[in-house]
Structures are given as C-alpha cells and as structure tokens.
Design a protein around this ligand. Sequence first.
Ligand code: DGJ
Length: 730
Amino acid sequence: MTDETIRAWRMDTRDQTLVLVSRDDALPECIYWGAPLPEDEDLETLASAAVMDVTGGMLDASPPLSLSPEARRSFPGQPGMMLRDGGGAIILPTFALRDVTTSDTINEGHPPVAGGGEAPARGGGRGMPGLPPGGTDGDVLRFTCEDARNALTYTATFTAHDDLITARATLTCGHPIHLDWLAAPVLPAPQLADEVIDVSGRWIGEFRLNRTPWTPGIHMRESRTGRSGHEHFPGLILPCRGTTNTQGQAFGLHYGWSGGHRMIAEELPDGRRQVQFGHAAQSETEPGTRFETAKIYLTHSTTGLNGIATAHQRHARDRIVTWPHPDRPRPVHYNCWEAVYFNHDLAELKDIASRAAALGAERFVLDDGWFGRRDDDTTSLGDWVIDPRKYPGGLTPLIDHVKAEGMGFGIWFEPEMVNRDSDLARAHPDWILGPADQIPGRQQFVLNIALPEVREYLYNHIAAVLSAHDVDYVKWDHNRVLPAPDAAQTRGTYALFDRLRADFPHVELESCASGGGRIDFGILKRTARVWLSDSNDALERLRIQHDAALFLPMAVTGSHVGPRQCHTSGRVLDIRFRAWVAAQRHMGFEMDPRELTEDEARVLQEVTAWWKANRGWMCRGDILRLDSADPSVIAEQQLSRDGARFVVFAGEAETSAQIAPRPLRLTGLDAGARYRMHLANRADAVGLSRGDPALKSGDIEVSGQYLMQHGLTLPWAFPQSMWVIEGTRL
Ligand code: DGJ
C-alpha cells in the first residue's frame, strides 16, 4: 500500500456506472465502466484494487490511462492531446486536478456547466408526444485540470442521461497554440473481449460493420473528408466475448461531430485497452486559445447489441432531434429525383404529384434542378434563384397544386457547394475553399462557410425561398468531400443550420450527403431525418438500415420505394419487397409513379395504408435486431414502448442454404405473457410454399417464452421477399 491520496467519483445511469479516480491530484482516470455497481460500493477500495502489478521490463508504476493520457508520464500508447506552441515546438503537458464540479455543487451556486445536458425532450414541446416522461438528465461531473507551466486548462465534463452518458473535453491556453489532436475523455475498453465492431461504408453501401480482432497496437479509423463520411461512421461497439444482437455485454461509443473524426482503439503492451475519439487530427487549422471536442455518447448493455442500439435510438429521437411538428405523424414522402432528375416540367410534375398523393404520399419533395440554369450537375450550385425557364410563374403554381392534393411541400438545397459555372463563383471566386488546382467533385467546389459573408449570402437566399413559399421541409445535401479537414467549416455549417432553424422552426431539415455521408448526432441536433443512402435498391437497403439501427431510430431514417429496375444496381425487385423494406423506416416513394402497373399501385397503396396505421407506435418504439439462425434472413422486431405490440420484419435476402426455413427467435418479450401472432402479408405466400405452417392459414396464440426460446416457423419464401408478422400481447 502506498500513502497516495485517492479521490473518487461515480456517475450512474440505469444501465451503467463510471468510476473516476484521481491519485495525488493527477488527471483523473476511469477505473470502472460497466454494469451499475451497488450504491454502497467503496470507491477507494476499487481504486486500490485496480492498481496493476509491475514486473521486469516495466516502469516502477504503470503510467495512468487517464481521461487524457499524458506522453510526459511515459504513457506507452497514444496520448490524449498533441499540441505545439506558436513556434511549432511540441508541448508535452502534465495536468493536476484543480477543481471538481458535480451537480450538487452546481446547485449550490456554481455557474451552469456549459454544454452539459441535452435540451429536455418535453416541456419545450419539441419531443415526440406519448413517450414516458424523461428521467435523470443533467447529473453532471466536471473535472478542471491545470498545467501551470504551459498555461493550459483541460476540462472533462460527463453528463448522465436516461439512456447514456455524454462526455466532452475542452482545452484553453493563455496564449495561441496549435492543436494537432484532442480526444474527448478517454475510456478503457473491456478485457474479456476479442474484437471491436466499427463502421465503414461507401456511396450506396453505407453502414458496413467490421469486426476486427483486438491485437496489441492501434486500430485507427479516421474520416479526413470533412464529413462524418460514408467511409467511417463515427461509432464503435465493443462486444464482450459471446455477445450477439440479443444477449451479452457490450459497450458503445459515438462521436457526435459532422466534420470528420479520428477513432483509436489501442491495446497497450501491458494489456490495457483504450478508446479515443476526437475531431480528425489537425482539423483545427489556425492557432487558438480555446478548443473543444464534440460530445461522445457512451452506452453499456447487458442485453446484447440491442441494448446499445435502443439507447442510441431513444436518445437521438427523444433528446437530440427537435421535431418541428411533434404532434403530427411522420408524413409519407414523395421525392421526384429518380423520376425526373433535372428535367423539370410543371405539367409533368403536377401529374406526378397527383399520382403520388393517390398512392398515399403526404409530402412532395422537389429535388435538385429548380434553380439557376441547373439542367445537369455542371452548373448553378450557389445560384439559389428559381429558374424562370422551368417555372415562369415561380414555384407557387406547383406548390398550390401539391397543397390541393393534400400534401406538404419540400425542397432541395445544397448550400455549402458552388459550381465554377455559376454567377456566385464568377462574383466571388475567393469564397471557394481550398487550392485553385484542387480536384473537383461532381464538378463542384466547397464554399468557405467559416466566412460570415458566405453564411450571410446563403442565409439570405435560402430564407428568401422559405419566406416566400409554403415550405415545410428542406433536403440539405452535401455531395463532395472537403479539400482538407477543417473544423471551422463544420462550425460555420452548424451556425447556418442553427440560424435557419431558429427563424423557420416549422421547417423540417433532412441531412443528405450523397445519401448517408453526413450522419451523426451533431447533425441530428439540427435535422429530423437522414437520407440513409442513395441506394433505393430494397435488397441493399434492407442490410444498410438493419446495421444503421445500431445508432438510428426508425423515425429519422428515410427509406423510399424506388423504381422497378433500381437505378443504382440494375436489379429488378418485386413491389412487395420494395414497399415493405421502405415501411420499416420513415417511408417514402422515389420512382416515377407513371411506371406502376395496377397491381404495383395497389400493393403500394396497401402497404402505405398499413404503415400509416402503425407509424404512431412504431415511430416511438425500439428497433431490435434479431439473431437469425439463417444467415440469409435479415430480421428485426420493432417493439412498442409499452411492450403491448410489435412487428417482425423477416427479410429473405438470399436463397437459404437449407431447404426449409429455420425458426426465427424473437426478443424483448414477457416470457410469461401470451401473444397473438398474425402474418400480415400471408397473401404473399408463393405457390412453391406447399406445406401448412399455422401462420399461413390463421393467427396463433403462444407464450413469449416460446417465441423467444423456439421462435416463429415461417412459410417458405422467394429470395428478396419479406415476411411481416404482427404481435399483440393478450
Ligand atoms: C444526391 C442525393 O443523395 C440525391 O438523393 C439527390 O438529391 C441528388 N444529390 C441531387 O443532386
């Protein structure tokens, strides 16, 4: 035993406890992250118990894996910050703990902790109605640490919410310094774990889960494109050994920043593991005196990956998104992009709008092509003025028609971008971000939105369209990467979003970046929908939305019924499959309705009617990913918050290896309760299904225990089809 001074703190939520310890007033370290500890756990004993032994080849004590590991203490891994002074010389700080602020001390008169809690879900009228009242938001723990020699102050702030813990770090300096890297508060990763799950992807192939074995050294993922990125979604899941979707222990981290991030999962030579998240390295391009990370969202589950997924889903929906019309159901979208692209003709668009309304659409979205002289993607970005050639009477005649059909009207912008062939670029070539000889992307360049005059220009033009028309939704696109990572660009974008949202609070914003290139909790603070992918191929989408459900709730995830022959894959898919896949999320259509046969239109109407009848509880429920015994079946269960009803979507993605379907086990039910199970689309059974599973001919009533232990026996189905099974608790 040493005579060091130990101070310890804990933070608790329903699903997790963090224990943080400072030894001899050093920068605190997290010594426990996991399932809730008993209230009377002695934290000082834990602090002593957690000390690792040392042996030959080691220092005489282990350098702490603190909230910001310090290189100057011989930390044998990646440090939590990398700094240089004004002349470029490396600064190696060592911090001492100076102040600890807790919710109690705040209540006793400390100033409120900046950036502490998310805004409350209810009370401001912004949350979805019909959800249980919010709970413990706001327990705050903030550590302030100083390095007097270098005039540095580091703070780490933790906030407890109902479903998760958020944390962020700030760094200030008495004089300007260069920041190369600043990690949000650093946490230890589990030891009884063999792999990490992170997320890669690409255009029309977002949210690909990668399982990488833990090995000594660094596993790093970095998005250096100035967006959260198709390629590197800023999330990491740390499953413990044996964890599946429905059982076992797991930890989750998500970095809520839209400008690109760096993630490090590192196993140290002594076996400890650390996880770091921060802005992409060197994205602070100017010296400064104050830097801040985005929030990191920390989750823990003992109910498999689904515990992580539902914590993210609920937090995003109930604590992050501001719903412009919380009392209105999520409207069925119609988006005209894949119907007409840039060929806007008023008469045709009116006809399409009428047909979309007849199918069940409730919001008509005019996509790219309505402004400047935008006949293709070589021109006019930046010239946000209605094209008089296409709309001689302005947009009002189209909007009036859309309204007369009972739909809301939405419109597309790509504010941060400019074509060289535009009045804007001709007038302000200096507003283009990056070098003159940079490679264009989709013939376009990025505006330097960190400049106030650029934001002013964009605000004025977008506000002019929104003020003059009855618009209830904007699809905000971002179709190329930045020339280099630049945090000021993201802050400028956020500022423009925030100003428009403040002045047009009734307008719903959607984040699109060639599909899912900018999805994260930072953008969801400003938007209420994400365009998950440019792939309207239902087969691709089934997989993408299944994996995205680890982070995203149903209500924000756009999903559209695409053309019969998919424009991005060439696949021809049956309307039933296309419609049910879209009905799993925020439903919409994005094909030319003039291509639909009578049968296709009828199916679409029926599935849309089903979606409308169920969206109320589905939008407030949880998406639970099922453990499918058959790898060709991608299945999920959407469960209402009160557990009284659910729907299972069992997608037959490909032909199964075995000849008959394997039973599908459900999850999250009351083992002792009885449930009525109803195959909603039993009419879709094909002739090759010759047997007689009970669900094919009628409803069954069985226990939750049976459904979770044995599972549902479904009829045989074609590949690329979907079974939809409704469950009601009796
Ligand atoms: C990319 C988006 O992802 C598409 O949905 C569409 O809006 C086009 N941009 C328009 O240019």
